[in-house]
Design a binder for this molecule. Structure first.
Ligand code: BGP
Length: 454
């Protein structure tokens, strides 16, 4: 586990606050959560967790934890409030963040788009309008120029599935639309074009930078590893018949291989988007890394008729929070499957566990258990088999505004009080001690503390 990036990931909308400060305009997510109606807790998302004012303190925690990478995202509406005019004050904020990280010896990873685009662009059609693609290209150029020589790792898109499917088809995430299947696949296609242009802009400014996009999805794992791994692999990379815009291959295949997968054309044949000549050349950039966000999953088994099926109710599998199953093997199989298909080095750009504050602030033993299981048993197993895993970034440093769940979710090593003062949880001390020597024997570390970190 030596010489890896061990870090945390955060996101502009969820962390920053400063919604209209220093020239920032409203983003699609600001608008979506402004009156609380789209949030299960009824809360508003305008304050994040005040990272805009507390970035130095938060970066101090990253350092104190012994982490060597922070992945954060750019608020597009802070840098280009109307989509096309640079707001220098907005850009300055990210210059300060990067300088602070570098001064502390922490590698920045910049995500260009973690779901929040300027509402100004959404008002003219969002990802259905080519102006949004042009604006993203400009954003990539500005960020590439500004951070050339300072930042080496870029993530163009975070989980585009949660924009296309959840945002434009299911209407849950911003912008809360329920488009037709055809239009949703056009959104997918246009987001891929945006990636293609952004990749070129970043490489133009710094040919040596490393670029990926954060792929995601529930992980299919074999119920019987001896006989069902192939089935799980196929399921892992299958297009989704009903969740239009979801799925892994519809994003990563065009980027890496230059075309949508075969089952895309079969499954979606009645509502394919407009694919112009030359589009695939723009999208087909190749990638330097597979970036992946790994959380939970389900089993694959053959039923009595020998037919493959998803299997969610395996006895003994703990559902650690509503909807999330605690299956450490999801990490190993995701890494294995991604590497087998795309043959790229991997950085896990997010993994983590949410307790919905169920165990009380600070008392988050299960997060430690999650962390040590995914860390040691699974990432190590994958690495021992020769899968090049170069880093793991935890979601997340500090509890934050968890999209449509508001402040109800709790993914952080730190929490906060009503004034946004930070509070360390047990898992903070645990991860800090572990990172002081990632080679140490995890069992001994646990025994030493008898499972307790105060
Ligand atoms: C990922 C997002 C993160 C964060 C995390 C928590 O999908 O990239 O921004 O929200 O998931 O997941 P969830 O809110 O689905 O529990």
């Amino acid at each position: 586990m030596k010489e890896m990036f061990f870090g945390a990931a955060i996101a502009s909308f969820q962390n920053e606050g400063g919604m209209l400060e220093d020239g920032k305009s409203l983003s699609s997510w600001d608008k979506h959560t402004l009156d609380g109606t789209n949030v299960s807790t009824g809360e508003k998302g305008d304050k994040g967790v005040d990272f805009y004012h507390r970035y130095k303190e938060d970066i101090g925690y990253v350092k104190d934890l012994g982490m060597n990478m922070l992945r954060f995202s750019i608020s597009w509406s802070r840098v280009l409030p109307d989509g096309f005019t640079l707001n220098q004050k907005g850009l300055d904020f990210y210059i300060k963040v990067v300088d602070e990280l570098l001064a502390k010896g922490i590698e920045p990873m910049i995500t260009l788009y973690h779901w929040d685009h300027p509402q100004f662009l959404e008002d003219i059609g969002g990802w259905l309008n080519h102006k949004t693609i042009e604006s993203f290209k400009l954003l990539a150029d500005i960020i590439g120029k500004t951070f050339k020589g300072k930042c080496k790792y870029y993530c163009t898109l975070n989980e585009p599935q949660n924009v296309s499917y959840e945002g434009y088809y299911a209407g849950v995430n911003a912008p809360g639309l329920k488009l037709s299947k055809k239009d949703t696949l056009q959104v997918v296609h246009n987001i891929l074009l945006a990636h293609g242009y952004a990749y070129r802009e970043l490489k133009k400014n710094d040919p040596n930078c490393k670029i990926g996009f954060a792929n995601c999805g529930w992980v299919a794992i074999p119920n019987d590893p001896k006989n069902e791994e192939e089935d799980a692999y196929n399921r892992f990379f299958e297009c989704e018949p009903n969740r239009i815009g979801d799925g892994r291959t519809i994003y990563q295949d065009p980027i890496v291989f230059g075309d949508y997968p075969k089952d895309y054309y079969e499954m979606y044949k009645d509502f394919l988007p407009e694919i112009k000549p030359g589009d695939m050349d723009i999208i087909h950039t190749g990638l330097d890394y597979t970036f992946c966000n790994i959380y939970s999953g389900f089993y694959i088994r053959k039923n009595e008729q020998g037919v493959r099926e998803d299997y969610n109710d395996k006895p003994g599998v703990l559902a650690y929070t509503p909807g999330y199953r605690f299956i450490p093997e999801v990490m190993y199989y995701a890494l294995k499957f991604f590497y087998r298909r795309y043959k790229l080095p991997i950085i896990i750009t997010e993994t983590g566990a949410n307790d919905f504050k169920a165990t009380g602030i600070g008392n988050d033993d299960y997060r430690r258990i999650y962390v040590d299981s995914v860390f040691l048993n699974q990432i190590k197993k994958a690495k021992d088999e020769g899968i090049p895993v170069d880093g793991v970034l935890f979601w997340t440093l500090i509890d934050n505004f968890e999209w449509t769940h508001g402040y109800d979710s709790s993914y952080g090593f730190l929490s906060f009080d009503k004034e946004f003062n930070r509070i360390k949880k047990k898992s903070y001390y645990w991860i800090k001690e572990y990172l002081s020597n990632p080679e140490q024997d995890i069992e001994l570390l646990c025994t030493k503390h008898n499972g307790r970190w105060e």
